[in-house]
Write a protein that binds this ligand. Structure first.
Ligand code: NAP
Length: 280
């Protein structure tokens, strides 16, 4: 079998065009353009690139962005003060603290300091909890983008044995909750999991969110399975051995052009929604 492609780039392009149309319609009715504030702490090159990409995506969608760059030596108190300032700034609709931040800082405390109504990256505990409960909230962008992609291709998830490899608070855990809410039977694997290849070979849907290049092997994949590669490693390489996985899978996301663009489209959609909510 040769897998069909879940084309995130194509769908994200359509979604971004719809978002831009809505932004322009709102603007012509006298509303300010939505504004996303990004906070980058330290000088991690990959993080700097992601923040740039998000700023450019805002511009393409007709939205504003404000980039705040803090030195790696920033204290927790200073970071919290910056977040508080953005929370109070009525011009700012969304706040994104680029992960990861330097190790001396408490990332959880910083994420949870972002006002829930401006947490457009969906990283705060309140939004996570609401999403886990199946309630409306700002959903974490990468797993929410994956769910939008699966829904677009009308893949019936109900009853599928789904395996999420990775349990990070911004990807693996919310992904597992979202799949559960769509009636998958969900297993979460992590670095202490035994017999991972066996688990993969029994799974109808596999989400790789490991952070290790080409980690998931083609020989592990169940014939016809849906393979979602959330990984993004140096050299445009995902967490799956894409070519080999595609020989057995029924559906697969490419890297690049799969999950990454869906993450950005979800962020823009959340920022637009935050701006619209602030007008109520
Ligand atoms: P992370 O915080 O480093 O988490 C990695 C997870 O993988 C952890 O739960 C870890 O288990 C697990 N793991 C590590 N080695 C394993 C092994 N040998 N077997 C099974 N599980 C293992 O990473 P993340 O932030 O979730 O990101 C994961 C991947 O997604 C990365 O490639 C990242 O670049 C990518 N990503 C992409 C986007 C996008 O927009 N496309 C956004 C975010 C992240 P433990 O918990 O036991 O340590």
């Amino acid at each position: 079998m040769s897998a069909r492609i879940l084309d995130g780039k194509l769908l994200a392009g359509k979604l971004q065009a719809e978002i831009k149309e809505q932004v322009e319609a709102d603007f012509s009715r006298g509303f300010a353009r939505p504004l996303l504030a990004t906070i980058l702490v330290g000088d991690d090159a990959a993080s700097a690139t992601y923040v740039e990409m998000k700023g450019r995506a805002c511009a393409r969608a007709g939205m504003g962005s404000r980039k705040i760059v803090l030195p790696a030596s920033t204290s927790q108190k200073e970071l919290i003060e910056v977040i508080d300032g953005l929370n109070e700034d009525a011009q700012v609709n969304g706040i994104l603290l680029q992960h990861p931040i330097p190790g001396h800082l408490d990332e959880r405390a910083a994420f949870d300091r972002i006002a829930p109504g401006k947490d457009v990256d969906g990283v705060g505990a309140l939004n996570f909890g609401l999403i886990a409960l199946g309630e409306p909230a700002f959903a974490c962008c990468t797993p929410a983008g994956i769910m939008t992609l699966l829904a677009h291709y009308e893949l019936d998830l109900s009853g599928l044995d789904a395996l999420v490899i990775g349990r990070s608070p911004i990807l693996g855990k919310p992904m597992a909750m979202m799949l559960l809410n769509q009636n998958c039977t969900v297993t979460i694997a992590h670095s202490r999991t035994r017999s991972l290849p066996d688990l993969v070979s029994r799974s109808d849907l596999v989400v790789a969110a490991v952070g290790r290049p080409r980690f998931v092997q083609g020989s592990w994949i169940k014939e016809g399975a849906i393979v979602i590669d959330a990984g993004y490693n140096a050299g445009n390489v995902g967490d799956c051995d894409t070519g080999a996985c595609a020989e057995r899978a029924g559906w697969i996301t490419p890297v690049p052009g799969g999950v990454g663009p869906m993450t950005i489209a979800t962020l823009l959609g959340n920022t637009l929604r935050a701006a619209q909510n602030s007008r109520k």
